[in-house]
Design a protein around this ligand. Structure first.
Ligand code: NAD
Length: 353
C-alpha cells in the first residue's frame, strides 16, 4: 500500500521538523517546505539548516522543497503534484518585534502565505485535514485585563474563575496585537473561513509558548531555548518589564504533534482550539532563570529593562478544555521538569556566538 502523504510548511523549524519526524516514524511520506527564512529574520542563531540536515539523516521518506510560501504559483504547483492527505502549515515570521520593523514581510508570510497554502489546498487537496499553527497573540493584550496578584516570583490571576487560564471565548478584537498578532489573526480568520465557507476540514491551534530542543532559540523568538543557551554560554539576558514575573505556559513540540494526529483522525471544519501546557506547565521568567541556573550550574547575567514589549502578556495560561473534551485521547506527555532537563542537558545545537 502506498504511504499516506503529508505536506508540512516551515518543516525546518521547531514545530515543522518535529511534525515531519513524527509522521515519518508512523509510515507517512512527508514533503516539507522551508526556505530558512528564520535565518534571514533572526540571524545566524536562527538558522534552521541543522534541523533540515537531521531530518535528512534520520527520516525514511522525507522530501525537502526549498519553496517560499509567498510564491503562490510554486505552492499551488507543489500541492497539485503531491495531493497530500494532511497539510500542516507551520511556516511563519515568528517575532513580534521584527514584525514592527518588517511589516510587509510579516504580512506577506503570515497572512498572504497562509492564503496561498489554503487556496492550493482547496484546489488540490480539499479533503485533507488542514492544520494551522495559530497563536494566543490573536487575543492581543486582552488577557492583561483580568485582575492579577503579585506573588514573590510570578504574577497570578486574582480570581478563582481564571485559575485555569483563557479559553477560546476571549475576544480577538479591540486589543493591542502588534503587527505580528494582527497578521496571525488575519490568517486565523482565513483558515476558519476556508472551513466555514468552503467546507475544508480546517483547525486553528492557538498556541502559547511551544518548546523543544530543536528550537533555534534567539532573543526575539524561542523563550526557553534562548534562555537555556544564554545560561550555558554566559550571555547577558535582558528582562523586559513586569519585574521578570511574567508567566507563560509551555507545551512541548511532541505534544503538538500528537494533537495534530488526533485532529487528523477525526477532523472537523473551522475548528478553533487553544493549545498549551496549562497551569502545570506554567513558569515565570524569574522561575525559569532560577531553574536553568540550578540545572546548568552557572549564574545568569541579567539586565532589567523596565519597559515591557508593547502588547506583551503579563500572565497567560492556556485553558485546553475544549480540545481535551473533543479529543479525549490527547494528553500532555512532557511536563515542565522534563522540558527544563532536555533544554539544559543538550549540547548547544545552535550556539549564540
Ligand atoms: N514557538 C512558539 O512558541 C509558538 C507559539 C505560538 C504559535 N507558534 C506558531 O507555530 C508555528 C511554528 O512556530 P515555530 O516555533 O516552529 O517557528 P520556527 O521559526 O522555528 O519555524 C518556522 C519555519 O518557517 C520557515 N519560514 C519562514 N518564512 C518562510 C517562507 N516565506 N517560506 C517558507 N518557509 C518559511 C522558517 O525558516 C522556519 O524554519 C508558527 O506559525 C508560529 O506562529 C509558535
Amino acid at each position: 500500500m502506498a504511504a499516506r502523504r503529508a505536506l508540512v510548511t516551515g518543516s525546518s523549524g521547531l514545530i515543522g521538523s518535529e511534525v515531519v519526524a513524527y509522521f515519518d516514524a508512523r509510515g507517512w511520506r512527508v514533503d516539507g517546505v522551508d526556505n530558512n527564512m528564520r535565518r534571514d529574520f533572526l540571524g545566524a542563531s536562527g538558522d534552521t539548516t541543522l534541523n533540515l540536515e537531521r531530518l535528512r539523516r534520520e527520516t525514511r521518506r522525507f522530501v525537502h522543497h526549498e519553496v517560499d510560501v509567498r510564491d503562490r504559483a510554486a505552492v499551488d504547483r507543489l500541492t497539485k503534484e503531491l495531493r497530500p492527505q494532511l497539510i500542516v502549515h507551520a511556516a511563519s515570521q515568528p517575532s513580534h518585534a521584527l514584525a514592527g520593523t518588517r511589516p510587509f514581510d510579516d504580512f506577506d508570510i503570515n497572512a498572504t502565505g497562509t492564503l496561498n497554502v489554503l487556496e492550493a489546498a482547496r484546489r488540490h487537496a480539499p479533503t485533507a485535514p488542514f492544520v494551522f499553527l495559530s497563536t494566543n497573540k490573536v487575543y492581543g493584550d486582552a488577557p492583561n485585563e483580568v485582575p492579577l496578584v503579585e506573588l514573590e516570583t510570578r504574577w497570578d490571576f486574582a480570581l478563582p474563575e481564571h485559575r485555569d487560564g483563557f479559553d477560546e471565548t476571549l475576544r480577538i478584537d479591540a486589543a493591542m496585537h502588534t503587527v505580528f498578532g494582527a497578521s496571525k489573526a488575519a490568517a486565523d480568520l482565513l483558515v476558519q473561513e476556508y472551513g466555514r465557507y468552503f467546507g475544508l476540514p480546517t483547525v486553528c491551534f492557538r498556541c502559547s509558548c511551544l518548546t523543544g530542543s530543536r528550537h533555534a532559540g534567539t532573543e526575539l523568538h524561542g523563550f526557553l531555548a534562548y534562555l537555556s543557551l544564554a545560561v550555558r554560554e554566559g550571555h547577558q539576558y535582558r528582562i523586559l518589564g513586569y519585574k521578570g514575573k511574567q508567566v507563560r505556559d509551555n507545551l512541548h513540540a511532541q505534544d503538538v504533534c500528537s494533537a495534530i494526529a488526533e485532529f487528523a483522525t477525526r477532523p472537523a471544519a473551522a475548528a478553533v482550539y487553544n493549545l498549551g501546557g496549562g497551569r502545570a506547565n506554567s513558569v515565570s521568567l524569574l522561575e525559569a532563570i532560577a531553574r536553568f541556573q540550578d540545572l546548568i550550574g552557572r549564574p545568569l547575567d541579567t539586565e532589567y529593562v523596565g519597559e515591557p514589549r508593547p502588547g506583551d502578556h503579563i500572565c497567560y495560561i492556556t485553558e485546553t478544555r475544549r480540545f481535551m473534551t473533543d479529543y479525549p485521547g490527547w494528553e500532555i506527555s512532557v511536563g515542565l521538569d522534563a522540558m527544563f532537563a532536555e533544554l539544559s542537558a543538550l549540547p548547544s545545537l545552535y550556539p549564540l556566538s
